[in-house]
Write a protein of this length. Sequence first.
Lengths: 720, 81, 234
Amino acid sequence: MSGSEPAHRQLGMTDDEYDSVVEILGREPRPAELAMYSVMWSEHCSYKSSRAWLGRFPTEAPWVVVGPGENAGVVDLGDGWLAALRIESHNHPSFVEPYQGAATGVGGILRDVFTMGARPVAVWDPLRFGPLSVARNRYLLSGVVSGIAGYGNAVGVPTLGGELEFADCYSANPLVNVMALGLLKREQLVLRAASGDGNVAVLLGSSTGRDGIGGASILASASFDEESGAKRPSVQVGDPFEEKKLIEACLELYQRGLVVGIQDLGAAGISCATSESAAGGGMGMDVDLDAVHLRELDMTPGEILMSESQERMLAIVKPGDLDDVLALAEKWEIAASAIGHVNPSKQLRVFHHGELVAEVPAASLSDDAPLYRRPAARPSYLDRVWQVDEPLPAGVDMGDTLLHLLADPALGDPSWIYEQYDHQLFLNTVVGPGNDGSLMRIKGTRKGLAVSTDGNALLCYLDPRRGSARLVYEAALNVAVTGARPYAVVDNLNFGNPEKPDVMWQFLETVEGMAEACEVLGVPVIGGNVSFYNETDGEDIYPSPVVGMLGFCDPMPESPPRLDRAEAGMEVWLIGPEDHDDFAASAYTRVILGHRRGRPLAPDPAMAVAVIDAAATLASTVPVLHDVSSGGVAVALAEICIESDVGVELANGDWRCLLSESPHRFLAVVPPGGLPDLGDVPARRIGTMGGDFIDFDRHGDVTVARAATAWRNALRGQFG
Amino acid sequence: MKRLRIDIRRKEGLSDPEGVATLRALHDLGYAEVDEVHFGRMIYLDLPDGGAAETGKRVEEMCRRLLANPVIENWTVETVE
Amino acid sequence: MRVAVVMFPGTNCEHDVAYALAELGAEPELVWHRETDLDGFDGVVLPGGFAHGDYLRTGAIARFSPVMGAVERHAAAGTPVLGICNGFQILCEAGLLPGAMVANRDLRFICRPVHLRVESTDSMLTRAARVGQVLRLPLNSYEGNYIAPAADLVRLESQGRVMLRYCDAAGVADEATNPNGSTNSIAGIANEQGNVAALMPHPERAAEEVLGSVDGRVILESFVASMVREPAPA
């Protein structure tokens, strides 16, 4: 650290932010106070560059129990059942140390869910890396997947799906997003607010050490450069066993009514948990750092406050319940320390070795965080990338083209990844990884929950507003094809440096596009995460929003559609709008033509609604439904043929219809005569299942066996 | 205070998947001269000084009962300076 | 038939096992690892998970949990004692079954269905099955690779105590069909008496149509049926 840089700048604060602190306190801040403001006002914690616009999202619906603002969004499933949903990013730490970065990402999101009173029951992992031709990207992917597996399997939460996208911009900025779902009965719902004068703040879980000191402020709020290697000591290390014990202990605490409020410790550790729970209840808190169980005995107050040691929770407990809480913690073999008291002062006062080391208005750490409305300007690259001079060829060899597409790691068989994840624990998984959406049951009911995570950063780079709206519609279609109606959304917005007007413009367009689509569908956004500063040496990532869509059905289809239920003789139907050429961001353009240009078509909201509705209705009766997305109809069909081990014969048609990626379309494979009338929703028969070939009529063919080999090796072949 | 280092290794002839995978990786990187790779584990115990014989006996018991799996592992105990 | 489903800190399949056993008509009860009295139980299950975080070695710390004394007494008395996945690992560390589990050959978690061939019906694990029957059960483990000193292996094989072997859909058990490198493709074994047995894959995850397979039922039914036929001694 440079000796001449003022302390606040070394902690990542601007001069203006520092002056704000001085104004709030009416004096210069003490070192521990400065430490707290620096982490709480970091981008990752305060959302200072995004907060001004997130209110654009529609957040209300009759079934929303808890909207954005708490640790997880919560929706009502009827009959006393609630679901909690949250998505988070752990991008920067995963570049520095992929296993632990991803592992602690899983740990963090699980805590956000079980801090609401819910048992975490499933996880999804949307991931983005640079091309696998580069060894370091293989190392990152492999490390991240091992980390998710190592943590998720050990803590005992199944991973049901995710997605994978590759682009050069992610080589130095991989994206690791993790979404978690929890289930709870209404009476178990717990919020964070600390209320009740005299109540005790109890720190539960792992001891506090120097892990990730400044992780939030240093890693997630700054771009990488050559010195990134030196940031390694900031990475947090996860202990899934500790987390498992913590989950069980907390669930028992809730069941026995022993907590008034609870908050998990994530970014900004104790500073955040104490201030947010106090402020949430309109109260203040006195905290004694000497009571915190420490791993390293010589930590400074600032370090204790900023530490991001994992697997810790802060429970607010009535004094009369304290003994029971400590006994319960002992039973579950987790450490517990009473570290503070709630009081009406509205101040957060922190003591260390008998001295007052910090005294700040509790709410100011979050409420007074800077709010930036950074300038946005339409980027100049758009006109350039919308220009496509090369015409599409008159014809293609579909057999050959299909093999190339199936061999692309982004389109190929992802089982190399998901076979490292336990996807069956809890016996709820009805439709697991490898299908469009996951479908879970709730035992003892006929309710079903479907989830899909969807991103397409190239599409969003080419047109953020159209692209992000289309992601919402696609995610909705992915849950509809399992039989569920779109019910709630969480979003992970991954972007580059917000101090650049180009990036800010992409962000605003994305928010607008997603908000519009959610409004059309009547789906509330119940939470989300923003990750900025995904930039290295001046290069930003594509705008990379990810939509996490929760679908709900009651009752669940008795025999939900799956990709492996097609049989010879069945009819293949394409449902959705007449094909419009849409090759911008298509797999064909990217993989075969080798460029990333074009302007995506705008979505068609009315059509989207009709098509999604048709899919959800059909799911009760047809054996196979499959969303058409990357690789168009050709790849979607190939996937059905490979999973069902049966070929298909297609009727004559324009090859472009097979590879175009226009939105709002899905395939239905039904026994002869089995497709009911869909009213105004366009539907046309395109072929019949049977034989050993995927037969594109005059455009060529390829055997299912060869297609299967190419598809199965696409990712697996990269890792030996 | 003294520190003992317990060096635990899998018995010869039993499968060592980490060893096999690491050998392959070394060869892939061009280190063909490596014949074999075996994995072990080191556990450090901090104990009070004195009573070497009694300590030695008890440490052997610790190894046999918990720290190592005598069915598939051998171990040695050394004092660390 | 009362079944003790033992929970260690870090165990995570206890509810699934209890649910599956209840569906078969048994009366499962979750028992915390600090419990030292298992009198009155007709069967014991050590379910899957990561007991004590799998720290030191998988099962190494769990074998010393207070409950294990009672488990060992039941084992000696002929009570059916079933180990699933982590439970198999714990029974090996406790010396109730020979051998040990180490890391999968490819050093990755394997979480997918595998095929198993029933080698013998001479234990509480497989008595309701047929020799040669091929079952499809989910495998979910990082350390499912069975090893044992040569003498133990010889004894195991010659005494016909290998109950299940990994194979393909046609029942062929060889190196190519071995998912994790397990010696002799061993997936499940029993003790000499046939009352203590364990397997790496999860039968409780394949006991209901809606979940995709019911092949696990025959394993659980064998276990439950063994409890009826061999009442706990006085």
